[in-house]
Design a protein around this ligand. Structure first.
Ligand code: CAA
Length: 397
C-alpha cells in the first residue's frame, strides 16, 4: 500500500486511491458529525460517546489492526490521514482515536498472544469497547522508569496483585480495557517493569479524579487507582520485565499519531486565518494585502507543509519497521517535535490574524490554540523528543 523507499531519505509514502477514499469519508463524517458538537463538548467537558461509537463502526478505532481481530487492516499513512481529518474538526475526538489506535491496539497487535488478541484487541479495534494506556504516575512522568506502583506475584503463581496510582490516563474515566505498566522487580529499575492487560470491570480497579484541562477538554483524562487488583498471569503482555521496552516501542507509534493531530489542528487554524485575511478589511483593503499579514501566512504555510513531510516520512519509516524491524524512534520524534511546535506557532498566529475575534469563543480559533498546547507535552514533551533524537544520532541509546 505504501511505496516505501528502503534506502533513500526522506521516505515519502504514496497516497493511494484507498487512502483518498478513506480521507474523504473521514472528512465528511468529521464535518457532519464532529464539527457541530465540538464547541459544546469543549465547554461542558463531556466525553463524546455517541460520535466515538460511530467512529468505531466506521473502523476508525483499529485502523492498522488485522481484520481478523476486528480492525480495518490499513497502513500507518491511513491512520495519520484519519488523525489529521478528525483533529481538524475537533482535537478531543482525535485524542481518543489516537490512544485507542496507536497506544492500546498497536501494543497488543505487536506483543499480544492469540488469546490476548481475542480478549483484549478485538473488542477495542472493532469499536465495541474503549482502550487506554497507562504509564505515567504522579511522581513519574518524563522519567518513566521510576514508577512507584507495584505488582507482586501471588504464592500460587497464578495472579499478580497490583497496587498504586497512575495519572494522566487519556480515556481513564471511560476505558473498559487498559494497557498498564507497573513495577514487578523494583531493584531492576526499568528492567523490572512489566506490561499488563487490565479489565476495568474487575474488583480493585478504581477511577480517580478527573483532570480539569486547558484544552482537549472533551477527551476525558483521569487518575486510575489499583487496590489489591488481581491480574491473572495470562494477562501479562510480553514477558515480565519487558514492560519498559514495550512502553517505549508503543510510544514511537503514538508520537506519529500526536504529530498528525498537531498537523490537523494547525491546518484548521491556517485555513481559517487565510480566509479571514482575504475577507477582513482594514485600511481600505483586505488585511491579506498587508505585508505583515503576508509574512505570517508564508511562515505558517511553510511550517505546515514541513510538518506534513515529517509526518509522512515517519509513516513510511513505521511501514519499513513492519518489514525490517528497524526502529523508527527518530522519525517519529522528529515528526512530533516539529509538528507540535508548528501547531503552536500556527494557532498563535491564527489568533493574532483574527485579532479580538481570535480571542472570542464565537469562533473555534481560541480552541485550536488551547488544544494545540498539549501536543508539546503528552506522549513525551518536546524536550524528551529532542533527547530521543539526539541520543539516537549520537549513538547513546
Ligand atoms: N523502542 C524499544 N526499546 C527502547 C526504546 C524504543 N523506542 N527506547 C528505549 N528503549 C530501550 C533501550 O534500548 C534500553 O534498553 P536496554 O536496557 O536493553 O539498554 C531501555 O529501553 C532503556 O532506555 P533508556 O536508557 O533510553 O531509558 P531512559 O530511562 O533514559 O528513558 C526516555 C528514555 C526517552 C526519556 C523515556 O523515559 C521517555 O520516552 N520518557 C517520556 C515518557 C512519555 O512519553 N510519557 C508519556 C506517557 S503517555 C501519555 O502522555 C498519556 C496518554 O494517555 C496519552
Amino acid at each position: 500500500m505504501v511505496n516505501t523507499n528502503f534506502t533513500d531519505q526522506p521516505l515519502i509514502p504514496q497516497i493511494t486511491e484507498e487512502h483518498e477514499s478513506l480521507r474523504k469519508a473521514v472528512r465528511e463524517f468529521a464535518r457532519k458529525e464532529i464539527m457541530p458538537i465540538a464547541a459544546e463538548h469543549d465547554e461542558s467537558g463531556e466525553f463524546p460517546l455517541d460520535t466515538v461509537k460511530k467512529m468505531g463502526a466506521m473502523g476508525l478505532m483499529g485502523i492498522e489492526v488485522d481484520p481478523e481481530y476486528g480492525g480495518a487492516g490499513m497502513d500507518t499513512l491511513a491512520y495519520a490521514l484519519t488523525m489529521i481529518e478528525v483533529a481538524k474538526a475537533d482535537a478531543s475526538h482525535s485524542t481518543i482515536v489516537s490512544v485507542n489506535n496507536s497506544l492500546y491496539c498497536n501494543g497488543i497487535s505487536l506483543f499480544g498472544t492469540e488469546a490476548q488478541k481475542r480478549a483484549f484487541l478485538e473488542p477495542v479495534a472493532s469499536g465495541e469497547k474503549i482502550g487506554a494506556y497507562s504509564l505515567t504516575e504522579p511522581m513519574s512522568g518524563s522519567d518513566a522508569g521510576t514508577m512507584q506502583s507495584r505488582a507482586v506475584l501471588n504464592a500460587a503463581g497464578t495472579h499478580y496483585v497490583i497496587n498504586g496510582r497512575k495519572s494522566w490516563v487519556t480515556s481513564g474515566p471511560v476505558a473498559d480495557l487498559i494497557l498498564l505498566f507497573t513495577m514487578t522487580e523494583p531493584e531492576k529499575k526499568h528492567k523490572g517493569i512489566t506490561a499488563f492487560l487490565i479489565d476495568a470491570s474487575k474488583p480493585g480497579f478504581i477511577r480517580g479524579k478527573k483532570e480539569p484541562k486547558l484544552g482537549i477538554r472533551a477527551s476525558a483524562t483521569s487518575e486510575i487507582v489499583f487496590e489489591n487488583y488481581e491480574c491473572p498471569v495470562e494477562n501479562v503482555l510480553g514477558k515480565p520485565g519487558e514492560g519498559f521496552k514495550i512502553a517505549m516501542a508503543v510510544l514511537d507509534a503514538g508520537r506519529i499519531g500526536i504529530a498528525s493531530q498537531a498537523l490537523g489542528i494547525a491546518e484548521a487554524a491556517y485555513e481559517a486565518a487565510v480566509q479571514y485575511a482575504r475577507e477582513r478589511q482594514a485600511f481600505g483593503a483586505p488585511i491579506g494585502q498587508l505585508q505583515m499579514i503576508q509574512q505570517k501566512i508564508a511562515d505558517m504555510k511553510t511550517r505546515l507543509e514541513a510538518a506534513r513531510l515529517l509526518v509522512y516520512n515517519a509513516c513510511a519509516a513505521k511501514e519499513r519497521f513492519k518489514v525490517t524491524g528497524e526502529r523508527y524512534s527518530t522519525e517519529a520524534s522528529m515528526a512530533k517535535l516539529f509538528a507540535s511546535e508548528a501547531a503552536m506557532f500556527i494557532t498563535d498566529e491564527a489568533v493574532q490574524i483574527h485579532g479580538g475575534m481570535g480571542y472570542s469563543k464565537e469562533l473555534p480559533i481560541e480552541r485550536y490554540y488551547r488544544d494545540a498546547r498539549i501536543t508539546r507535552i503528552y506522549e513525551g514533551t518536546s524536550e524528551i523528543q529532542r533527547m530521543v533524537i539526539a541520543r539516537n544520532e549520537l549513538g547513546l541509546r
